[in-house]
Design a protein around this ligand. Structure first.
Ligand code: WTA
Length: 627
């Protein structure tokens, strides 16, 4: 999307915070906090004091090799130690750390002490499998406690994890796995989805045929699904067997603040997913601080982030943020509307969820059912509602505010990315809110909206969203590709991080996100590259060329519209359409929702590059003369 420089804002409503919310908040005055955050080094150093360091840093920020910034130089710390170990010596020892619930109504609780023992056993088991500090362990697991345990076990011993979202399929899986060069994969016998069990083991078996680096596959028996396991080869081992006899103690590795923590693949403009690399100390500081202040987390909160652990939202705010704050995190496996669209409300009522963080697409989906299911449950325990992943349109915002929040609780629309690691633009609960706006950069972060040369654009005009100063949870590079890191994010507009979103700012300094400026789709909040979808299409024998664009959808935000050139002898009839949909789904997974396929004879191109902009303009009936 090109910045639309002509449209002016029409949204004028402002909602003041509720008195009680402000009185109880960690940050009672967001504007004063933003002022404090202007001295970024002082601000973030103060926040870092909330964590337990084995050795304190001797410099907060090192900018000597831009854009390869470093935070908390020479600080030594361990994530699992801070997220788990330190709580068991406090009154949190028997506090529930993980509350797992699924769409069938099963539940499992792990206290901080139980989580501690389990993580240590897994950490020891990984060591026995030969995993060393700095090596990568791959995971293809449902939303389940074992995924959290495995991630924490890696961080305990200094191994990186690379989690592949369980909704991605064979093709997407293979690319990610091979780039990470993991030797170990942890997967499961299945995941629950809308009353069915999706056999993850089968998908990973197929993928592994093309993943030569994997030596050992650990299988979690999660659903009791009848799967094929070739245990005899010694290559596959059940999770439970693996942990048998392992001691429940494990010394945490003293990690340098800048040691790699994890790699997470995400889509960009180019065909291949990018391995976003996060490091240890700054990530922990950024994620715990934002969650604490933006969602105002206190000891007695019940936190529920519906974001799948396979994406950054799940890494930062389903798993690490809440555990670093010693709160209870609810992990839900299943669809929002199964067995019926009241499921989520029933969970909020049953467990007394206080802070709820989800995606706009889920809200729009549940909104369609009006009060029918909502009225059956008492959800008055809720104190803050937040969203992430795509624009929260003002209609959905108002529904959250009025119907769910009873005009009492703040609606927190947070903007951030896989790359940013933490929330960067968002209101705090004490802020004045405008529906449809993501408010301002959070304290300690500086954002701007600029033109191609980096000059700030006037109020009300569209431009590129950039971040002007480094922030602690920023990614440090693209895995194994420092050059691309510079080229994609830092070179386009010198001196600043270009987020590839377009946005506007209003007269009060509030930011309004318009969408992506690159060829990335947001389908039900999932980030998918157009190039990835196109290569999935052309890997089908009937398709010689393909171009895809996002087509707006009232619930999912966007779905795929594909333009295909077929090889001779093929015709785009119902059978082939079905086959193509299935094929793309096989390659990428159910996240690749296809709305429409159109057959064309040619695609608009310049110097071999498909001009999706032309297709989009055509689709929206726009004037094409300036193209
Ligand atoms: C989009 C998700 C509008 C944006 C944490 C960004 C948003 C991309 C918002 C990152 C929001 C995220 N309003 N758009 N509040 N939050 N986005 O990496 O285009 O999956 O660049 O990270 O989602 O997606 P990602």
């Amino acid at each position: 999307m090109r910045p639309d420089t002509t449209v002016l804002l029409d949204e004028k409503r402002v909602f003041k915070p509720d008195v009680e919310t402000v009185e109880n908040a960690h940050v009672k005055n967001w504007e004063i906090e933003i002022e404090k955050g202007k001295d970024i080094e002082k601000y973030w150093a103060e926040k870092a004091e909330d964590l337990d360091w084995f050795q304190k840093w001797d410099q907060v920020l090192d900018e000597s090799n831009k854009p390869f910034y470093k935070w908390f130089i020479n600080g030594k710390i361990n994530l699992a130690y801070n997220a788990v170990d330190r709580w068991i010596r406090t009154n949190k020892r028997n506090h529930v750390a993980i509350l797992y619930v699924n769409e069938r109504g099963d539940e499992r609780k792990l206290t901080y002490y139980e989580l501690y023992c389990e993580v240590n056993k897994m950490a020891n088991a990984l060591k026995n499998l030969g995993v060393k500090k700095g090596e990568t362990v791959a995971m293809y697991l449902p939303m389940c406690p074992e995924l959290v345990v495995s991630m924490l076990a890696c961080t305990k011993i200094g191994a990186l994890h690379s989690v592949v979202y369980s909704g991605l399929s064979v093709g997407a899986f293979v690319g990610r796995m091979n780039h990470a060069e993991a030797k170990i994969l942890i997967t499961a016998d299945g995941t629950y989805r809308k009353g069915k069990i999706i056999d993850l083991k089968k998908i990973s078996d197929e993928a592994l045929l093309q993943c030569p680096t994997i030596e050992t596959v650990v299988v979690v028996q999660h659903t009791g699904n009848d799967i094929e396991v070739s245990d005899l080869s010694g290559k596959e081992i059940f999770y439970e067997r693996l942990l048998e006899g392992e001691p429940a103690e494990c010394e945490p590795e003293h990690m340098d603040a800048e040691d790699p923590l994890f790699v997470l693949y995400t889509s960009g403009t180019t065909g291949k997913p990018k391995g976003v690399l996060h490091t240890t100390g700054g990530y922990m500081v950024g994620v715990s601080t934002t969650l604490k202040n933006i969602f105002d987390i206190h000891g007695n909160d019940l936190w529920w982030c519906t974001g799948d652990i396979g994406w950054i939202t799940g890494h930062s705010y389903t798993v690490y943020g809440p555990l670093l704050l010693g709160t209870t995190t609810l992990i839900y496996e299943g669809a929002p509307d199964f067995p019926d669209p009241g499921t989520w409300w029933s969970i909020i009522e049953k467990y007394g969820v206080t802070k709820f963080y989800t995606a706009p697409t889920s809200i729009r989906h549940l909104m369609r059912f009006g009060n029918r299911y909502l009225d059956l449950y008492d959800i008055s325990t809720l104190k803050i509602l937040g969203t992430v992943g795509e624009p929260l349109n003002s209609e959905a915002w108002m529904w959250l505010y009025k119907t769910i929040g009873k005009e009492r609780i703040p609606i927190i629309d947070t903007w951030w990315q896989t790359e940013t690691g933490m929330q960067l633009i968002s209101p705090l609960p004490s802020a004045y809110l405008k529906p449809g706006s993501v408010n301002k950069a959070v304290p300690g972060v500086e954002a701007d909206i600029v033109d191609e040369e980096g000059n700030p654009v006037p109020i009300g005009k569209g431009g590129y969203l950039v971040i002007k100063k480094p922030w602690p949870a920023m990614f440090r590079t693209l895995y194994k590709d420092d050059e691309k890191y510079k080229e994609i994010y830092w070179d386009p507009i010198p001196g600043v991080y270009k987020a590839d979103d377009v946005a506007r700012r209003d007269e009060d300094g509030y930011i309004w996100i318009q969408g992506r400026s690159d060829d990335v789709l947001k389908i039900a909040s999932h980030r998918i590259g157009t190039a990835e979808v196109e290569s999935a299409f052309v890997s089908h024998p009937a398709v010689s060329e393909a171009a895809v664009i996002g087509k707006s959808d009232p619930v999912k935000g966007e779905v795929i519209k594909a333009f295909v050139i077929l090889r001779e002898g093929y015709e785009l009839k119902t059978k082939l359409i079905k086959e193509l949909i299935q094929h793309v789904r096989y390659e990428l997974g159910p996240v690749a929702v296809i709305g429409e396929i159109a057959q064309v004879d040619a695609l608009p191109q310049t110097s071999g590059k498909i001009m999706r902009r032309v297709l989009r303009a055509q689709e929206m009936g726009e004037d094409l003369t300036d193209l």
